[in-house]
Design a protein around this ligand. Structure first.
Ligand code: AMP
Length: 278
């Protein structure tokens, strides 16, 4: 496994591999690797001959009051975990390497970036699409794997790939959860023991709505209000709970197959997201 910090070095490695005919698989991450990330790496491994994982905590996707500085980092541990999975290259550029002085270009997928998480994080997705496009240009992957946990992100990236005619296949990996159902996230480390216990309500509320749908619930307002109550009772501060179409992310009039229930909730200062498709 090679550890690369320079764009020029990585480009050389990739071009060499491409000449050999290797299919390049790519998993972009912000590091602090957990089983969720590793499941994406395994998917990439299965579908490609050369796997690149980037570890880059991307400043533009954090708002001015968000946790860029506090975001957990443990490069040594990340390297050990990724090596075990047979990753070929870890790409870990500096901020300056990615955004040198005078940097001016940002990419935005309109509308989709301003709904759901985009309401309270208005510049987040612009930061995400910008870094993902840059990384695609650097890594030139044939396939790139993203997690369903960041569902809105997957829809936005697919849209960008389509609109900008990018030659990369987007593969979406399922949500990996802790034993009690909490979706794995690097940010879970912020939670106190008490918050951690309470946070299970996110998964439980999503399971509830799936079952309630099976038993005949069709009213999205009733569903989201009930979820809201369940979460508030457990001390979570709901940022949003919405029932939307899984492809367009537009609100649905009736719950149906293919409806996405997405939510963002604060426990203390920690903002957690989760979702389910019914
Ligand atoms: P992050 O490092 O949090 O930016 O995440 C990097 C990639 O891992 C993104 O595509 C995420 O959607 C994905 N990911 C994060 N958490 C999970 C999880 N619990 N299960 C599956 N994929 C995940």
């Amino acid at each position: 496994m090679r550890f690369v910090k320079k764009i020029s070095t990585l480009k050389k490695i990739i071009s060499h591999r491409k000449k050999k005919g290797d299919i390049i698989g790519f998993v972009p991450t912000m590091g602090y690797i957990h089983e969720g990330h590793l499941s994406l790496v395994r998917t990439a491994r299965k579908q490609s001959q050369f796997v690149v994982v980037s570890i880059f905590v991307n400043p533009p996707q954090f708002g001015p009051k968000e946790d860029f500085r506090a975001y957990p980092r443990d490069l040594k541990r990340d390297m050990q975990l990724l090596k075990k999975e047979g990753v070929d290259v870890i790409f870990n550029p500096t901020n300056k390497e990615i955004y040198p002085e005078g940097y001016k270009t940002y990419v935005e997928v309109f509308d989709l970036s301003k709904i759901l998480c985009g309401v309270s994080r208005p510049t987040h997705f612009q930061g995400v699409t910008t870094i993902v496009l840059k990384l695609f240009n650097i890594v030139q992957p044939d396939i790139a794997v993203f997690g369903k946990k960041d569902y809105q992100q997957t829809v936005i990236i697919r849209q960008m790939v389509k609109d900008l005619n990018l030659d990369v296949k987007i593969v979406i990996g399922k949500i990996v959860r802790e034993k009690d159902g909490l979706a794995m996230s690097s940010r879970n480390t912020y939670l106190s023991n008490d918050e951690r216990r309470r946070a299970v309500v996110l998964y439980r509320s999503l399971q509830w709505v799936k079952n309630a749908y099976k038993k005949g619930l069709r009213n999205p307002k009733k569903a989201t209000q009930r979820i809201n109550n369940m979460i508030s009772k457990r001390g979570g501060r709901v940022n949003y709970v919405e029932a939307v179409d899984k492809d367009t992310l537009k609100p649905v009039r009736n719950l149906k197959k293919g409806t996405l229930i997405g939510l963002a909730v604060y426990f203390g200062k920690t903002r957690l997201i989760d979702n389910i498709i019914i």
